[in-house]
Design a protein around this ligand. Structure first.
Ligand code: CA
Length: 264
C-alpha cells in the first residue's frame, strides 16, 4: 500500500455550545470516518458518534479478518457499516424520546493497495489536491447542490442560500438513505481532505485548497490552520477536518533516504 498519513481534528467553533461532529482516523492510516450530527438536545452528538463508532467497528473487523481483501469486497463492507449505522441510529431514536428525529451525515474513506474507496451520505465532503488541482470527489446530497446541478444556483450562491442546510439523504431518516460510493486511484503526492460543512460554508474551495497545499506546515498544523480559518470567519458551526497525505512525509525525507542509501 502507498505510504499514507492521517490527522483528524474537530472543534466546537465560536458559537455553538456543543460539538455534534465526530471524527476518527485509523492510527495505521487505513481508513477515516467523519460525521456531522443534527437533532435537538444532544441528539446530534449521539447520532454522529453512533455513525463513526459503527463504521469504525465494521472496518476494524473487516481488516482484521481479511488477509487478501478484494477491493469490491472492502467497498461492500464499508456500505454494510453505513447501513448498520443507519439501523443503530433508528433503534436509538425509537428507544429514547430525546433522540427522536436525530440524524447525521457521514463520509468515510478506506484505503487498499493504491486505491481509495469513499462512501458518503449528506453534505460532509471529500476533496483531493493533486498537482495543484483541488477537486471535490463527493457531491452533497443537498437541495442547493441539486439546484447547482440544474443550473439554478452557482456554487457561491449555494453557500449563501438560506436553504443550504436542507439535506436530501441523512443517516437516521425513516427510509434507508441512498449512499454514494466510488473508488479512486491513489497517486504519490496526493492530499485528501474530509470535512464537515462548518469548514466549507465559511471558506471557499480556493481558500481551503491554499491551506491544504501549504508545504511549510506539517499535517497537524495544516489541520489546525483550516479550523482556525473557519473560527476567524465566525466559527458559526462545529468544524471538523481529516487530512490524508499520500507519499513521503516531507521533502527532506527523500533526501534522508538518499543519504542512507549512499552510506550503505
Ligand atoms: Ca455542521
Amino acid at each position: 500500500m502507498a505510504d499514507t498519513r492521517m490527522h483528524a481534528l474537530s472543534d466546537v467553533g465560536r458559537v455553538r455550545s456543543g460539538n455534534e461532529d465526530a471524527v476518527f482516523a485509523d492510527p495505521a492510516g487505513r481508513f477515516a470516518v467523519l460525521a456531522d450530527g443534527m437533532g435537538g438536545a444532544n441528539a446530534g452528538e449521539i447520532a454522529s458518534a453512533i455513525a463513526v463508532d459503527t463504521v469504525r467497528a465494521r472496518l476494524h473487523a473487516t481488516l482484521a479478518h481479511q488477509t487478501l481483501p478484494v477491493l469490491e469486497d472492502l467497498q461492500e463492507q464499508l456500505l454494510i457499516g453505513i447501513e448498520e449505522a443507519q439501523r443503530q441510529i433508528r433503534q436509538r431514536a425509537q428507544r429514547d424520546p430525546h433522540c427522536a428525529g436525530m440524524g447525521t451525515t457521514v463520509v468515510a474513506v478506506l484505503l487498499h493497495a493504491d486505491s481509495l474507496i469513499v462512501a458518503h451520505v449528506g453534505d460532509s465532503r471529500l476533496y483531493r489536491l493533486r498537482n495543484g488541482e483541488f477537486t471535490a470527489l463527493t457531491r452533497d446530497h443537498s437541495l442547493v447542490q441539486l439546484h447547482v446541478d440544474q443550473g439554478l444556483l452557482t456554487a457561491d450562491e449555494a453557500r449563501q442560500s438560506p436553504q443550504k442546510n436542507i439535506l436530501l439523504q441523512v443517516l437516521g431518516s425513516e427510509q434507508m438513505p441512498a449512499v454514494s460510493t466510488a473508488i479512486h486511484p491513489l497517486v504519490d503526492g496526493d492530499r485528501y481532505l474530509l470535512c464537515s460543512d462548518g469548514l466549507n460554508d465559511l471558506l471557499s474551495d480556493n481558500e481551503i485548497a491554499t491551506l491544504v497545499a501549504t508545504d511549510w506546515l506539517d499535517q497537524a498544523a495544516r489541520a489546525q490552520a483550516l479550523v482556525d480559518a473557519a473560527n476567524q470567519l465566525g466559527g458559526r458551526d462545529n468544524v471538523s477536518v481529516i487530512l490524508l497525505d499520500v507519499g513521503a512525509a516531507d521533502p527532506s525525507r527523500g533526501w534522508r533516504d538518499k543519504l542512507r542509501q549512499w552510506w550503505r
